[in-house]
Design a protein around this ligand. Sequence first.
Ligand SMILES: Nc1nc2c(ncn2[C@@H]2O[C@H](COP(=O)(O)OP(=O)(O)OP(=O)(O)O)[C@@H](O)[C@H]2O)c(=O)[nH]1
Ligand SMILES: [Mg+2]
Length: 209
Amino acid sequence: MEIKGAEFVTSAGTVEQIIKGETVEIAVVGRSNVGKSSFINFMCNHGRLAKTSKEPGRTRLINYFKVNKGEFMFVDLPGYGFAKVNDNEKAKWGMIIESYLRESTGLKNVFVLLDVRREPNADDVQMLNYLYHYNIPFTIIATKGDKLSRSAGLKRKREIANALKVGFDNVLLTSALNKSGKQEVLDRIEHILTIANEQKANPETEDDE
Ligand SMILES: Nc1nc2c(ncn2[C@@H]2O[C@H](COP(=O)(O)OP(=O)(O)OP(=O)(O)O)[C@@H](O)[C@H]2O)c(=O)[nH]1
Ligand SMILES: [Mg+2]
């Protein structure tokens, strides 16, 4: 698969604004500042599609981006675990992320982004438990691979896979800066779209995955 173009569709800040459509959605989640917005820009070959920032907590809304004129959508979710916001705001963010994961009808896979240098923390583990619980397929993506040498990056990939109890090949190592790891992610997206199309053609097998 190839990403030929992408455009911003809309933002959702409340539960009512969450899109309930048929277009396949791939959501991007992770701690604040892990590189979610940069990842979407990198995958879409677009410098400024999703707003990025050095300041954690930049993305406060759910942002939808249509890829290849609607072949699927990337959904940029607010980062979790941002310490500097008050509890009230934290609860509101948590609620919008959870509402999205529960209510979106197009969601087919969640890309869980982790900084390659960091151990997955309690928030990351909670997110994965949530995805397991609701039976939502996910993909682990390590970001900022450029911060480590190739061998150190591979070592961290192994450690992340072990910490999360997933296979080594189920952690995709990327760098938005170096633009590395893109093909593996594109292959993954192609696989997700193939399964989604098969489900559409044979709706009775939907629960088999
Ligand atoms: N070196 C390096 N820096 C990166 C990479 N990806 C993102 N960054 C930097 O990390 C910071 C945060 O990036 P964002 O893409 O805004 O992160 P985010 O996860 O969307 O953050 P929130 O919206 O606040 O949750 C920015 O300063 C980016 O330039 C990468 O692959 N390599
Ligand atoms: Mg962001």
